[in-house]
Design a protein around this ligand. Structure first.
Ligand code: 1AE
Length: 410
């Protein structure tokens, strides 16, 4: 296989189609436009631009009922057709095609020439761990909850309570935008002040991922304002802006902090078996290539559920050594509580960020106890002790109360 092509894999549902013909139509239609009608001299000129069908695998189960017949199509697109940026690649392989029948983009394999334009995450798993000085356990992230309409004093107190619970990262809620009550720089200043206060008590470093928002043209300037005010991480709603916006931010030499990618809007792309872009590509490979240091996505266990197999494929894409950029931290999220920690560690191992909002703030003993309950659940699971057994030990009251509230799964 030439290294000068990117290969797209699609799943295409159709009860009657000749899938080989369909694949050929895509390969030609998305590259040179027409082929058989061209004079021979023109064909020779266009050859280097022509898409190629690599494989067509038809799945037609015996006695298939209407709607069950599909094929996986692999098509190679010459690099020469698109510039080395994700918008160009995505429009080439799935622009108009995304609207043309039941077809889903499952995967993309990039040429080394294409990936050479992408340094990927500036920090990645190793860099985030180094900033925090934590190397021997999964990390814990807490999410602000109830932020709209709160002032700086209130926000600072929420931050402080989360920090006291022993979390490693605190992220803004993704729905907190620029607003008069808690403007970006002031928010960073008070929260980082609370982080320092908590560190004096816990001895623990902490990253605060402040939500980077505003018009695209002002994102880099806003990120730098936040960093000047003391921000040591950023949260970014990547799919609302596009991967290229993330790529630009992560490549900017003056943006010197990790970027956490929020999956807001991902549900518009991945859940259908027939349409959109697969979760491992959308939230895994493309987020990582575009430079996300941490990537949030729904887990198989919480309130917004993604099937386990798909979930593990997202994780695999974030750490796959085959992609020549640093690994991104997987952050399975939504509806996570301490009783789910054994499942998270079973499926994701140590290189994971356990992330919770309601599962921290909703703790019956308060927000700080919410963080402590998670840290206790992580420690018990790493030690091979079941949560109910650990919860009976002295000093484990936070874990005990969490399990009493939400139960546990092992
Ligand atoms: C998949 C994103 C999860 C998220 O951003 C969020 O705010 C979760 O909150 P909880 O943990 O479900 O309360």
């Amino acid at each position: 296989m030439s290294d000068q092509v990117c290969i797209a894999t699609y799943r295409c549902y159709d009860d009657k189609a000749d899938f080989h013909k369909k694949a050929q139509g895509i390969a030609v239609g998305l590259t040179v436009g027409s082929w058989t009608d061209l004079p021979e001299a023109r064909k020779a000129e266009m050859e280097k631009h022509l898409g190629r069908v690599i494989a067509v695998t038809v799945h037609e189960p015996e006695g298939a009922v209407p709607g069950e017949r599909f094929a996986d199509l692999q098509i190679a697109y010459p690099d020469i057709n698109f510039s080395r940026d994700l918008p160009a690649l995505l429009v080439t392989v799935f622009g108009k095609l995304s609207m043309d029948g039941k077809i889903k983009l499952l995967d993309l394999q990039f040429s080394s020439a294409f990936t050479s334009a992408f340094p990927g995450p500036k920090f990645g798993i190793a860099g985030v761990r180094k900033l925090l000085g934590v190397h021997d356990r999964p990390l814990l992230m807490s999410i602000f909850k109830s932020v709209i309409g709160h002032d700086l004093t209130n926000l600072r107190e929420q931050f402080y309570q989360q920090a006291l619970g022993g979390v490693d990262l605190i992220k803004d809620d993704e729905i907190l935008f620029e607003n008069p009550l808690t403007p970006l720089e002031k928010r960073v200043e008070v929260c980082m002040d609370a982080a320092r206060q908590a560190e004096r008590e816990t001895g623990q470093k902490l990253l605060y991922a402040v939500n980077l928002t505003g018009p695209t043209s002002q994102l880099a300037a806003n990120a730098k304002r936040a960093i000047r005010a003391g921000a040591n991480a950023l949260l970014f709603n990547v799919l609302a802006y596009g991967y290229d916006a993330l790529h630009e931010l992560s490549c900017d030499p003056d943006i010197t902090v990790p970027i956490a990618a929020h999956p807001a809007m991902a549900g518009a792309f991945y859940p259908s078996p027939h349409y959109g872009i697969s979760a491992p590509l959308l939230l895994g490979k493309l987020m990582r290539l575009a430079g996300a240091d941490l990537v949030l996505f729904p887990s198989p266990y919480g309130s917004v559920v993604m099937p386990r197999e798909e979930n593990l494929a997202v994780q695999a894409a974030l750490v796959d050594p085959g992609l020549p950029v640093p690994s991104s931290f997987p952050v399975p999220s939504a509806g996570i509580h301490p009783g789910l920690v054994p499942l998270i560690l079973r499926d994701f191992g140590q290189e994971v960020v356990v992330n919770a909002g309601g599962g921290i703030h909703g703790h019956p003993m308060g927000t700080a106890a919410g963080g402590q309950a998670f840290r206790q659940a992580i420690a018990a699971t790493l030690a091979g002790i079941s949560l109910p057994t650990a919860a009976e030990q002295p000093g484990q009251e936070a874990l005990k109360a969490a399990i009493a509230s939400w139960g546990y799964k092992e």
